[in-house]
Design a protein around this ligand. Sequence first.
Ligand code: PLP
Length: 364
Amino acid sequence: MGKLVTVSIESIVPYNPGKTTEELKSELGLEKIIRACANETFLPPSEKAIEAVVANLDQLPIYPDGGASNLRNKIAQKMNVDADEVVLGNGSNELIELIVRTFARPADEIITSIPSFVVYKHIALAHGLKVHELPLKNQKFDLAAMKAKITPQSRFIFIANPNNPTGTYITNRELEEFLTDLPEDLIVVLDEAYIEYVDADDFPNSLDYRNQHQNLITLRTFSKIYGLAALRVGYAIAQKNIINYLGRVRAVFNVNSLAQVAAEAVLDDREYIQNSKNLLLQNRKQLSEGLSSLGLTITPSQANFVLVDLMGADTLETQKELLKRGVFVAPMPTSWLPHHHRVSVCSFEDNMEIISAYKEVLKL
Ligand SMILES: Cc1ncc(COP(=O)(O)O)c(C=O)c1O
């Protein structure tokens, strides 16, 4: 019997979503698990989003608005672009897939970095593309090396800014230089899932660079600061022709009605967004300083998580011990980072528990 799938698909290491908090609680006999593993917001959802969902429950028998026109218009207005420069996805994950599905030609290649968001590689492999993963330099995307890697086969460049799992970022000057003189048919995707948590003055908003490279695609999500990860909504902003092609390939009803109304509501909830940012910045500082004070090295982060260097301790063993104490963090694959955990920023009290759990487990 021949292989059912291509060599490329065979080579994909399946994404392991891990156990749910409920499963872990019952397995470990714990009443509470602090979820610091998936970079979700630690805050409850916006009341306005909840109200919008409840008010639209009677719409369940009806297909959603396939063009999501209200939400698209609202995003366009907020981002100061045209509505036909916006396309919505079932999370930005779906948009990454949609971009590759729409624009990949046989024998195309993608360039990204390692470690970065693993979905870029998975999706490229699923479509049979060759993947070039360039190592980070000083924990940051090595844009010069990425640019040097471009050949006529290069079709996509994926950059997460800030990067997951390092929380590091490329500056406005670095981005500007990178975008200069790129081949016209190269699609550059800037994944800004965490942009709303940034406080660095020299952080670029990729929307300001749209004229510099025609095929620049910005990705954003409602899964982080907007607190709607469960509903799966993300969006891409790009030139009209790019959005038009993506629209041809996109599944029509990819964003459900409740997700659309919740996203619209939270976009209007300025107080929720501002409060989320303020709290995150305070708590990111608290978590970073608390873990540093134990003698652990923290990579300065612009996102809602921090990368922690365990100074030689075993990542999986440490994770297991933390979990027994109700603290759920993400160990990094040792092939990427030998002794590192990614820890999502939590509430003040939960951060305190995380810090004392590390102190106890690592005997610091
Ligand atoms: C860099 C990056 N992009 C995209 C996403 C996924 O976002 P979504 O929930 O919109 O699919 C994540 C989630 O962790 C991420 O880290």
